[in-house]
Design a protein around this ligand. Structure first.
Ligand code: CA
Length: 232
């Protein structure tokens, strides 16, 4: 049996919470971080989680990565359709990170800069790669990870769900080990709290999500903060 913790906070600066998260019991986890003017970001992230929550249970398990990808592509089409039908929603979009744990395997699908991490043997590993401008520069050796953290364009995404017809969803699967701890989170956490501090909290805390959110708030809480922790 896994232990699951999840929470979201509006943070200390913003008025709206454009993050959305869902736990499809007992084994599937989704985070989405919306963007767009007015309330559009909230609409986009909510449409993402609702589309995923409608679609996945209609398919037999395990929900392989191609099924998770299909859920994101359905949300992409739905959000685009809504954005095009309403001027005030134009340009809205959302990140999407989905994790499904089934029969000793982990399946994930991902677009944007919300992240999936795995803590195994006290080592924290970022499983997803951010679809962001600064991450592209880091991969090409043009920026160091430290420079990327404080870059003025660090919020610029190269991909999001619901903005264009064609998106590339990153997917993979791997074996789960007893004792693994998984974290799905939005950038309101990772921009405020270092990987080192995240690893420290995950490895010892009995209420890891509350502590992660507290740490992000203490460091400024500039953005909405969402986290799901699954301890296998
Ligand atoms: Ca955010």
């Amino acid at each position: 049996m896994s232990k699951v913790f999840h929470a979201t906070s509006v943070g200390k600066v913003r008025k709206n919470n454009e993050d959305a998260l869902i736990f499809i019991e007992p084994d599937t986890f989704v985070v989405a971080d919306g963007m767009g003017g007015a309330a559009a970001g909230e609409i986009a992230s909510r449409m993402l989680v609702e589309t995923v929550e409608d679609f996945l249970p209609s398919v037999p398990k395990p929900w392989h990565e191609d099924i998770l990808q299909k859920a994101i592509l359905k949300a992409n089409a739905a959000i685009l359709r809504t954005a095009r039908s309403n001027e005030s929603y134009r340009g809205m979009g959302t990140t999407a990170t989905i994790l499904h744990l089934y029969d000793g395997r982990a399946y994930f699908a991902h677009v944007g800069d919300s992240r999936l991490y795995r803590l195994r043997n006290n080592l924290l590993e970022q499983i997803t790669e951010d679809h962001s401008y600064v991450e592209d520069l880091v991969r090409r050796g043009r920026l160091t990870p430290e420079e990327a953290r404080v870059h003025p364009l660090k919020n610029l995404l190269t991909q999001a769900v619901g903005v264009v017809e064609e998106i590339t969803v990153d997917t993979a699967s791997f074996s789960v080990a007893a004792g693994d701890i998984y974290l799905l989170c939005t950038d309101g956490l990772t921009n405020m709290v270092s990987d080192r501090a995240i690893a420290e909290i995950l490895s010892r805390s009995a209420s890891p999500v509350d502590e992660l959110i507290d740490a992000a708030l203490q460091n400024g809480g500039h953005d909405n903060i969402s986290a799901i922790v699954v301890a296998v």
